[in-house]
Design a protein around this ligand. Sequence first.
Ligand code: PXL
Length: 272
Amino acid sequence: MAVLAIHDLSCYSKSSLTVVIPVMEALGVETAVLPVSVLSTQTDGFDDVAAVDNTEGMERILAAFSHLGIAFDGVYTGYLGDNRRVDIALKAIESSGHPVLVDPVMGDDGELYPSLSEDLPSHMLRLVKKADIITPNLTEAMMLTGLDDGIRKLGQRDIKDLIDVLRSFGPRQGVITSIPLVAGGLGNAAWDGNEIRLFSYDDLGSSFPGAGDLFASVLYALTIRGDSFFGSALHAQEIASYAVQSSLRNGRERRLGIELYPALREISRRML
Ligand code: PXL
């Protein structure tokens, strides 16, 4: 069993593939990659990023896989960075198995990430419609649904309204992450078919690039291995929170991304 992870490769700083590969492999899921680009660093907090475009390379790699008869048991897409790569990701999904997890990485704190185009959300929506599972943060959920009235605290009714629209796009399972709650703290709101669960957690005041990739990687790997969706979402949240806490405690510079070693240690300690 092997899945295909479609994200950028950031050479320095932890995010996307440098998080996805070690975490999924630690959880026993063989992970092949289709890098969308090679970047010197992830983009959040760095204003001079060297980017090597791999859009054409993606097409050639998929064609080579096809000639070799290589097929995947699932696809997990994340940061794509360019609308043209949405069509290539759709092609990869068409020739692969399920579940398909789409993490529609586009922005945070109400803003698009640097250098992304304003019409990315409409293209990302085409991918979301082919997904079995999606993991937008609140900013991305609002960009996808058009229910964007700025970041504020949400109550149960607002969360259900957002999930209803996201579910209507097709994904049977999903999690909206990092929701500021009227009741205090933050929450991850997960749905599995018609059921919804809200998992709340402490607001640590800061997150790190790559924390969302860590969350989605744990969720996807455990779900593929057959764990329950809500149980997987809870493990993913606890491991991501633990890694953010450790990164803060160790004084890690935010733009270097989430510290990975504590997450890997926690995966092992839980005997996942
Ligand atoms: O962790 C999400 C992510 C992935 N890839 C790149 C990013 C970010 C977040 O900023 O910049 C290149």
